[in-house]
Design a protein around this ligand. Structure first.
Ligand code: MN
Length: 181
């Protein structure tokens, strides 16, 4: 076995043409889940894509049970800088209430196609991703429903080694991933 670690894939080709948007391959994209006790408790599920956090409000939070489909209402993009926020938004302001960092980590397109696959999945309403968080891991999908009005999606765990129908992770895990409190 060679002792030297290689950081580049053997045989990786350099692309000749420059793309307008920086390539995501080799650069980790982040995700966060913020538990938000606003007028209605929900979980904000956010995926980094093209310089913003694509965002969904998930009233019941994620489920590890592949047979459970959780409503995920698409909301406005958030800045990446919001990823570290936890604390209190004053009452009367948009989203007034407390925000807790419930999970965070990196994610990627499940098919290994990088940011192009993520853009396609988002555009087509069939976004298959692999999460590498502390609490959420493995294969997930966001599927957009064909309904008028504000885009509504379903967040679903795919069956894999991280699926677990016996656990209610939202009830079980109530601490901040940042402070453990
Ligand atoms: Mn929210």
């Amino acid at each position: 076995m060679p002792a030297k670690k290689t950081t580049k894939r053997a045989g990786a080709k350099k692309s000749a043409a420059k793309t307008k948007v920086p390539r995501a391959k080799g650069k980790a994209l982040h995700f966060v889940v913020q538990k938000h006790a606003a007028s209605h408790l929900h979980f904000d599920f956010r995926l980094e894509l093209d310089g913003v956090m694509k965002s969904w409000a998930v009233p019941k939070g994620p489920s590890l049970d592949p047979s459970v489909k959780r409503l995920a209402m698409e909301v406005e993009d958030h800045p990446i800088s919001y990823n570290t926020f936890e604390g209190t938004i004053p009452q009367g302001e948009y989203g007034g209430g407390t925000v807790m960092l419930w999970d965070r980590g990196t994610y990627e397109a499940e098919d290994g196609g990088g940011v192009e696959s993520l853009r396609e999945g988002y555009r087509d309403g069939d976004l298959k991703i692999t999460l590498r968080g502390k609490r959420l891991q493995g294969s997930w999908v966001l599927v957009r429903m064909n309904r008028p009005g504000r885009p509504q999606w379903l967040l679903i765990k795919h069956a894999d080694e991280y699926a677990d129908p016996s656990r209610d992770i939202v009830a079980e895990v109530t601490t901040s991933v940042a402070s453990q409190q």
